[in-house]
Design a protein around this ligand. Structure first.
Ligand SMILES: *[C@@H]1O[C@H](CO)[C@@H](O)[C@H](O)[C@H]1NC(C)=O
Ligand SMILES: *[C@@H]1O[C@H](CO)[C@@H](O)[C@H](O)[C@H]1NC(C)=O
Length: 444
């Protein structure tokens, strides 16, 4: 046996023995050195890899949430609120509650960029451009206007997650693997890494979200896997990526998507139908903000239940009206949204075309994002490829899980793993819109 072989063997032996005694005598497992973070547009999560067992843990925040809303709010006196609590006070404090900051991170805009002007109008808070064309937020505080860049907002979220994880592992965590959309260019990746530094962590690696999702399912270690399609359908965006896996190295071959399609659109259709039914029944328009909010929440909850149930009741108690209830079936939910669900196929087809492969060439399908729990969405994707998508990992936590796996690999976790690598891509993402959406295809 060569000396290097015995060194490796010896190392494994020591780990085995340590693991055995650790289990037998209840010693704590080695503390993680590096965490994995999914800094998402709408939700963020943090996790770490267990060196001995090879499991990952996604850490809950103080409220018990493993998906933390990527929302940061300020009170007039400067107090900062993050996550669920920030969402809860959003309606009362719209000009000081920042969400979607990631859409602006590391990007520059011309003063008259139409996309920026359109985006700006959608937000109740103030977004402006500085002289270099970087977006920033202006928040009115008692002490004056606070100027905040997207990476500052990212840093506040990252710090919140880091604090939760440090409390959980009872140790200091100063290194992170952080995921970004595949389409992010170097400046956007660097700005994200800078946010980590501002949160007191070194960004050991910035990896693409679809690559992370593939790592979560261990596809880098699986034999005979070459082409992987990752479909990410969240609250408001659809992203399709084709990955090419060769010798443990992931290459993004193609990207396509729809920046305005997601769970919110499915809810809106149902909400419109419910509002119409209430109005038809009572002959009175539904305009009260709190009433509409109540319907919105009831519809969201009903949608989630329809993932497991064939039908469910939507029940609301609006101001000055009789209680209203309606039983919605899963097939009704599916037919209301049929064209939206069907439109998922458009970017999938375009991404395959760009990668110059056919559905038959695809070895593995990975679903990411809460909306991929919808049975119809899984069915449409499965039928397209004539193959079951991977399942078993919560689609909302798949990216954080994969970032944690990568963190474990870099941190020298055990069992020994192929060190998955990723090559940068020069590909552009193709954008698609449903027929309802005005523009047909557009470069963002
Ligand atoms: C800021 O205002 C909030 C709500 O009004 C209050 O709970 C909090 O204690 C204040 N914080 C400081 C530092 O004054
Ligand atoms: C991004 O950061 C790296 C490492 O700090 C640096 O070498 C590179 O020039 C940066 N890229 C851009 C576009 O700023």
């Amino acid at each position: 046996m060569s000396s290097s072989m015995s060194l490796v063997g010896g190392g494994i032996f020591v780990l085995l023995v340590a693991g055995y005694f650790g289990q037998k005598y209840g010693l704590p497992p080695p503390a993680p050195k590096i965490v994995g973070i999914d800094l998402g547009t709408t939700y963020s999560s943090i996790g770490y890899y267990h060196a001995v067992s090879g499991d990952t843990t996604i850490v809950p925040d103080p409220l018990g949430k493993r998906s933390v809303p990527s929302v940061v709010a300020f009170l007039a006196n400067g107090t900062v609120i993050v996550g669920t609590r920030a969402v809860e006070q959003q309606e009362k404090n719209p000009t000081r509650t920042i969400y979607d900051a990631k859409r602006f991170i590391g990007r520059t805009y011309e003063k008259d960029n139409q996309n920026f002007i359109d985006d700006k109008k959608r937000y109740p808070f103030e977004v402006k451009l500085d002289e270099k064309g970087h977006a920033f937020f202006e928040i009115p505080l008692d002490s004056g206007i606070k100027k905040l860049y997207p990476e500052d907002v990212g840093a506040i979220i990252l710090k919140y997650l880091r604090d939760a994880a440090e409390k959980h592992v009872k140790g200091s965590l100063t290194q992170v693997v952080i995921s970004v959309p595949a389409e992010f260019e170097e400046l956007q990746r660097n700005a994200t890494a800078k946010a980590a530094v501002m949160a007191g962590m070194e960004a050991r690696r910035v990896i693409s979200e679809p690559t992370a999702a593939a790592l979560a399912y261990g596809l880098h270690k699986k034999k005979g896997v070459e082409h992987i399609v990752v479909v990410d359908l969240g609250g408001g965006t659809l992203d399709v990526s084709v990955l090419w896996l060769q010798g443990g190295v992931f290459v993004t071959q193609a990207m396509a998507g729809n920046n305005r399609l997601g769970g919110q659109d499915f809810n809106d259709r149902v909400q419109k139908m419910i509002v119409k039914k209430i109005e038809d029944k009572t002959g009175k328009g539904v305009e009260d903000k709190e009433d509409l909010q109540q319907i919105r929440l009831a519809v969201e909850a009903a949608k989630l239940r329809l993932t497991d149930l064939p039908q469910t009741r939507v029940e609301v108690h609006l101001h000055g009206r009789e209680p209203f209830e309606y039983t919605i079936t899963r097939s009704e939910f599916e037919s209301i949204n049929e064209d939206l669900f069907k439109s998922i196929e458009l970017p999938i087809g375009a991404a395959l075309e760009d990668a110059q492969i056919t559905p038959d060439d695809v070895d593995e399908i990975v679903l990411v994002g809460g909306s991929t729990r919808i049975p119809k969405v899984r069915q449409i994707v499965g039928r397209y490829f004539n193959k079951e998508p991977n399942h078993g990992i919560d689609p909302e936590l798949a990216v954080a899980t994969g970032a944690s796996v990568q963190a474990g690999v870099i941190g020298g976790g055990w069992p020994l793993q192929v060190a998955a690598m990723e090559l940068p891509t020069k590909r552009r993402k193709r954008h698609f819109y449903t027929s309802e959406q005005r523009k047909n295809e557009e470069e963002l």
